[in-house]
Design a protein around this ligand. Structure first.
Ligand code: AHR
Length: 503
């Protein structure tokens, strides 16, 4: 029996809905085909956006969407993606398969997509091959209400009102595809560029994000903060020069040369993948410790704006398109990471899984007019119950499981929160391939009135296909008994569980 203690009297921070955010890049079939099919498509759409995909994402409660990249962002010139479609410039997508990008999905289309989804907007600016003028004018185009060259251009292109721009990143992976810069050089550029990301509307301030580290590059974080976390900063910025620092960390079962297969993997690869996922905890803790020294009041966020599994591409698909299947193993990766983000909600203010549709750990896969929801989709839907809640102090007994010393993992992870109506939400993952876990959850000082649950579970590489789209889905879980302040239940192998408790 595993003891799970939840203290509803002890709240640990607010769970920003953006912790469950998403990322969509001009990469493979993410934007084109996956989301945007154009107004003349036979696939049902509203203003070019696939209705099936938009409806599914709304149901999952997508809170924020990042666009246009990724590596693509640093070769994207936004002016090529506005105005009449037939006049838009075509370009080569050098990072992702060398295909022709026709710019038919641009700023207006992204903002329209976010309007349909009802989510916040996160635009990634171009530092690698773009100018300060270009970045500054993009912000003016999107957000300035009054009379100005860029606001007038937006109006001439058919959009009278300014849009809400919630987050804006000054570059992407500037230590790599975004310019191969040193942290010192990028810090100077960041200070320079962000100066011209103007807040035209004081009531709707744009949160400016600096490119942070990859994995455990603590030296990058240290330099960035030393040079850019300047509270005396510019006159219109509450937190000096930045509102957040990004972190990228992908789960690869092996390494960049041989990543590992998305399906048909063995038990060792199951545990390797979950072990590597758990490194997220170490990286967030490490970078947060540095941030705490500069920003003890936790005014800026750590934004994990790229995370998820990265496997070898599916056989027969373009290697530059990063298309991969998604199994129960991915559901566990999602559940483990989302529990980690909850636990660090005092510092992690946004996280964006890569990527939304048809790329890497996608929540949705499409094939022509067909669409399937992946196991990861159902975990996001389940965890949406935590959005906007207060994190509760909680802990669970665990034991080490796995096949080899190097790949040992705890059998369980968890997080708990309380919503505005006083309901308590528990999410628990069982990482074991062969042992269910009998759990007793005690909600200290509470008398339990009722409980309802849902679960995503299956064999380790169970997944949905276009022929069998419902092999894995969120199912009701009612095998829970309770007395006074304690719930008793058994968490099946390979599963992610959500319990909603009325007290
Ligand atoms: O998500 C795919 C790529 O991974 C992104 O374009 C880049 O930022 C990262 O290296």
């Amino acid at each position: 029996m595993y003891r799970h203690i939840v203290n509803p009297q002890s709240t640990k921070g607010h769970i920003n809905p953006e912790i469950q955010g998403h990322f969509s890049e001009h990469l493979g079939r993410c934007i084109y085909e996956g989301i945007f099919v154009g107004e003349n498509s036979d696939i049902p759409n509203v203003n070019g956006m696939r209705t099936d995909v938009v409806e599914a994402l709304k149901e999952m409660k997508i809170p924020v969407l990042r666009w246009p990249g990724g590596c693509f962002a640093d070769e994207y010139h936004w002016m090529d993606g506005i105005g009449k479609k037939e006049n838009r410039k075509k370009m080569i997508n050098t990072n992702w398969g060398g295909v022709v990008e026709d710019n038919s999905f641009g700023t207006h289309e992204f903002m329209e997509l976010c309007r349909q989804l009802g989510c916040k907007t996160y635009v990634n600016g171009n530092v690698g091959s773009g100018t300060v003028k270009e970045m500054s004018e993009w912000v003016e185009y999107m957000t300035f209400e009054g009379v100005s060259p860029m606001a007038d251009l937006r109006k001439a292109n058919g959009h009278e009102e300014a849009w809400n721009l919630d987050y804006f990143a000054v570059g992407n992976e500037t230590w790599g595809c975004g310019g191969n810069m040193s942290p010192e050089y990028y810090s100077d550029l960041y200070r320079h560029y962000q100066t011209f990301v103007k807040n035209y509307n004081p009531d709707k301030k744009i949160k400016r994000l600096a490119v942070g580290p990859s994995d455990k590059d603590y030296a990058w974080t240290e330099t960035l903060l030393k040079k850019c976390f300047d509270r005396s900063g510019s006159w219109n910025n509450a937190h000096g020069f930045m509102d957040g620092l990004t972190l990228h960390y992908y789960t690869l079962p092996y390494d960049w040369a041989k990543k590992g297969a998305a399906t048909g993997f063995n038990e060792k690869e199951w545990y390797m993948t979950l072990r590597k996922t758990l490194f997220m905890e170490d990286y967030i803790t490490g970078h947060s410790a540095i941030m705490d020294r500069y920003d003890p009041e936790k005014q800026i966020g750590l934004m994990v704006d790229e995370w998820g599994t990265w496997y070898d591409v599916e056989e027969g698909t373009n290697p530059g398109f990063l298309y991969q299947q998604n199994t129960i193993r991915d559901a566990l990766v999602a559940g483990i990471n989302l529990n980690i983000f909850n636990k660090h909600c005092d510092r992690v203010k946004m996280a964006n899984i890569a990527q939304l549709v048809n790329v890497l750990q996608a929540v949705i896969l499409t094939e022509g007019e067909k669409m399937i929801k992946t196991p990861t989709y159902y975990v996001f839907k389940m965890y949406s119950a935590h959005q906007d809640n207060e994190l509760l102090e909680s802990s669970i007994d665990t034991k080490k499981i796995g096949l080899e010393d190097e790949y040992m993992v705890p059998n369980l992870t968890e997080s708990a929160s309380i919503d505005k109506d006083g309901k308590i939400h528990l999410t628990i993952t069982n990482l074991s391939l062969d042992e269910a876990a009998d759990v007793e959850s005690t909600l200290l000082g509470k008398s339990i009135k009722s409980v309802k649950g849902t679960i995503v579970t299956g064999k380790m590489d169970a997944h949905n296909t276009f022929d069998n789209p419902d092999a894995v889905k969120e199912e009701a879980f009612d095998k829970v008994s309770f007395e006074n302040d304690t719930l008793k239940y058994s968490v099946p192998t390979c599963s992610v569980l959500h319990l909603e408790v009325t007290v």
